[in-house]
Design a protein around this ligand. Structure first.
Ligand SMILES: NC(=O)C1=CN([C@@H]2O[C@H](COP(=O)(O)OP(=O)(O)OC[C@H]3O[C@@H](n4cnc5c(N)ncnc54)[C@H](O)[C@@H]3O)[C@@H](O)[C@H]2O)C=CC1
Ligand SMILES: O=C(O)[C@@H]1CCC=N1
Length: 266
């Protein structure tokens, strides 16, 4: 199917649904006039309309899903069941693809709510989808290669997309969707360290951000292991190794790994 004719309906225009609608409308694959969004909050719909007037908005979930090729469920996990009851009798499982971004709602639950015949995707983005820099981890159920390629290509417009078996989805979610919060916590900690050493907070934050950007660009440009880049910094007998050893003595790597594992849904 030509992507220019694809109709997409997004149920829930909050942080994630709103960002997906805005991102796709800025991208090349889906035309804004083919994007429909519903929410119980008129304010959220007004915000989408203000961003892209060509997007159709509605407070009726049932209205927007009619004839949509792809239906994205972007509501909180505990609302997926309520939405499924509301729209289920309108769905055509032979034609329509359902994409759920609800964290922790697995295919076993989704097939129970919809049908074992449904073509389903689970997509786990992170909040950087708002700036089209998400990690979106994708699993499929009953989907053909073409359908998988389509969903991956849509989310690749909003950052990077990884297609993985459902058994790995929660580990990816811990690393990227929770991981973005852990990255922010590092930035906060480093900024506070800078302030303690006498640097203004806004300057310290800028320095930390640019330091991280540089680290990422080096890793990508050199395709290297982080430890290789660390070896280039640590002058023998110098100050960096003192700092690293002090951080490790205080459990830095252990804390990061334990935090990731604590957020890994089993
Ligand atoms: N926030 C995050 O970092 C991540 C969130 N997710 C998942 O994304 C989903 C959405 O999360 P957020 O966008 O952060 O939540 P949100 O609360 O910002 O957005 C949900 C939207 O659904 C709307 N809504 C409520 N009841 C509705 C109904 N009956 N019909 C239509 N719309 C309705 C709300 O008004 C709200 O705008 C959740 O299931 C969450 O598990 C997944 C990965 C990461
Ligand atoms: O904290 C949570 O439960 C959700 C899932 C991943 C990011 N936020």
């Amino acid at each position: 199917m030509e992507t220019t004719s694809i109709q997409i309906a997004i149920v829930g225009a909050g942080n994630m649904g709103g960002a997906i609608a805005r991102g796709l409308s800025k991208g090349q694959l889906i035309q804004s006039k083919n994007i429909r969004v519903s929410d119980v909050s008129q304010a959220n719909l007004d915000a989408i309309k203000a961003f892209a007037p060509e997007i159709t908005v509605s407070t009726s979930n049932r209205d927007i899903i009619r004839n949509a090729d792809i239906i994205v469920l972007a509501v909180k996990p505990w609302l997926v069941e309520i939405i499924s009851e509301e729209i289920e009798n309108l769905l055509d499982y032979k034609k329509q693809i359902i994409v759920s971004i609800a964290a922790g709602v697995d295919f076993a639950q989704l097939t129970g709510l919809f049908s074992t015949d449904a073509t389903l995707f689970r997509v786990i983005p992170n909040t950087a989808i708002d700036v089209m820099q998400s990690v979106s981890t994708i699993s499929s159920f009953n989907a053909g290669k073409e359908q998988e390629d389509l969903i991956v290509s849509l989310f690749a417009e909003l950052g990077k997309a990884f297609l993985v078996p459902e058994s790995q989805l929660n580990a990816f979610m811990s690393l990227s969707s929770c991981g973005i919060a852990y990255a922010f916590r590092y930035i906060r900690a480093a900024t506070e360290g800078g302030v303690e050493m006498g640097i203004y907070p806004h300057v310290a934050k800028e320095v930390v951000i640019q330091t991280l950007r540089g680290a990422i660009e080096l890793l990508e440009a050199n395709n290297s292991h982080p430890e290789v880049e660390i070896d280039k910094v640590t002058t023998p007998g110098g100050i960096t190794i003192k700092g690293l050893n002090e951080m490790e003595a205080n459990g830095f790597s252990n804390a990061v790994i334990k935090g990731l594992k604590a957020s890994h849904l089993k």
